[in-house]
Design a protein around this ligand. Structure first.
Ligand code: DHB
Length: 389
């Protein structure tokens, strides 16, 4: 096979990149190790920044998002005895939208299908070759066991932190932070007990009340690393959520309901630099991982490909290297901003067992929640800086 851009990975980064390239008249082929059903069902975060919503709308992907997405003006930030609403719309004139990554992926999948995009699902042994030349190629084994090869002008790794592309960059600089806690996440068939998300600091550990729709709630609890999900019955989960989220305080109640999915998620920060080597470019989780607090992962992947698509179009159509040469440095500015924000939200809200840390966290939370200057900083980062920042 021959194409202009070979994309490894059909998650939101790879699918959106192919969509943006198509609109710029550039042809691509995608390979993906998983099945389409798996990719569309895997549960991820559900908060879209203003810039992400604007971009999706601007490229013809806003129809269901506008109909089903729920615009939130801000979040609730709380610690025992106090709950404060931060109104991003008032503070920075921007909002966020609750719309699951699963839904973004389905919308992209349908749009790509309608456009006749070539996507090879359920492939194995994907490898990238000759990335230091002008004729790189990708090899893989198809679902029928046949060896395949895609020749391209450029290869893009949208294949997450376990894919082969990240490892194909020789001698990268990397930074990593693991955290001494994980999240236990549940999806429940019950109307959210709150209008907007609640981020709760509590001596037992952090809790988050999020949602997916008017009838589906998404909730998280801080748990120790290595937690066995079998130790957490549904009753134990609801009891811990009620305690940490402040059930019964000031007339607020948490309504439990049937849990349909539960899992334990580790938390990690990771950045690899540069995001380009020769004719191989990295986007999304292939180049960086953020811990989930603040819901930046998907938004950062969208910002990467928004920058990358015009750079690749100029490169493959006109031989103009300027934007492609600037891609890594430009993308990494936003990557580090989101890496800092995600680390800051994580370390401000999760208990570490250290009494001094706890007092610093409470002082910081009080300042963020009650000072306009403090609140504005959180709001600007959470609702998201403009793409290109
Ligand atoms: C969700 C996840 C997050 O990490 C977050 O900060 C907010 C919401 C979610 O899954 O809904």
């Amino acid at each position: 096979m021959r194409t202009q851009v070979a994309i490894v990975g059909a998650g939101p980064a790879g699918l959106l990149l192919s969509h943006l390239l198509d609109r710029a008249g550039v042809e691509s082929v995608i390979v993906e190790t998983r099945s389409r059903a798996y990719v569309e069902a895997r549960i991820r975060a559900g908060i879209l920044e203003q810039s992400t919503v604007d971009l999706l709308r601007g490229v013809g992907l806003g129809e269901r998002l506008d109909r089903e997405g729920d615009v939130h003006r801000g979040i609730h930030l709380q610690w025992p005895g106090e709950r404060h609403h931060l109104d991003f719309a008032d503070l920075v004139g921007r909002t966020v939208t609750v719309y699951g990554q699963t839904e973004v992926t389905k919308d992209l999948g349908r749009a790509r299908e309608a456009a006749g995009q070539r996507i090879h699902y359920e492939v194995a042994d994907t490898r990238v070759h000759d990335i230091e030349t002008d004729s790189p190629f990708v090899t893989f084994t198809g679902p029928d066991g046949r060896a395949e090869r895609i020749d391209a002008d450029v290869v893009v790794g949208c294949d997450g932190s376990f894919g082969p592309c990240r490892a194909a960059v020789p001698n990268p600089q990397t930074w990593e932070r693991t955290y001494p806690y994980s999240w236990l996440g549940v999806l429940a068939n019950v109307a959210p007990s709150t209008d907007e998300l609640i981020y709760a600091w509590h001596p037992d550990g952090f809790a988050l009340h999020s949602m997916r729709s008017a009838t589906v709630s998404r909730l998280y609890l801080q748990v120790p690393n290595g937690t066995d999900i079998a130790e957490w019955s549904d009753d134990r989960i609801w009891d811990a959520l009620a305690e940490r989220l402040g059930h019964g305080r000031d007339g607020w109640t948490l309504t439990p309901g049937p849990i349909t999915e539960k899992s334990v998620l580790p938390m990690r920060s990771f950045v690899q630099q540069p995001m380009r080597h020769g004719r191989l470019f990295l986007a999304g989780d292939a180049a960086h991982i953020v811990p989930p607090t603040g819901a930046k992962g998907l938004n950062l992947a969208v910002a990467d490909v928004a920058l990358l698509a015009p750079a690749l179009a100029a490169l493959v159509d006109d031989g103009d290297e300027k934007l492609a040469d600037a891609y890594s440095e430009t993308a990494l500015r936003r990557v580090w901003r989101c890496t800092h924000f995600s680390w800051w939200m994580t370390t401000m809200l999760h208990t570490s067992g250290d009494a001094f840390d706890a007092q610093l966290q409470l002082s910081q939370l009080r300042w963020v929640a009650t000072s306009e200057a403090g609140a504005t900083g959180l709001a600007e980062n959470y609702a998201g800086l403009p793409i290109g920042f």
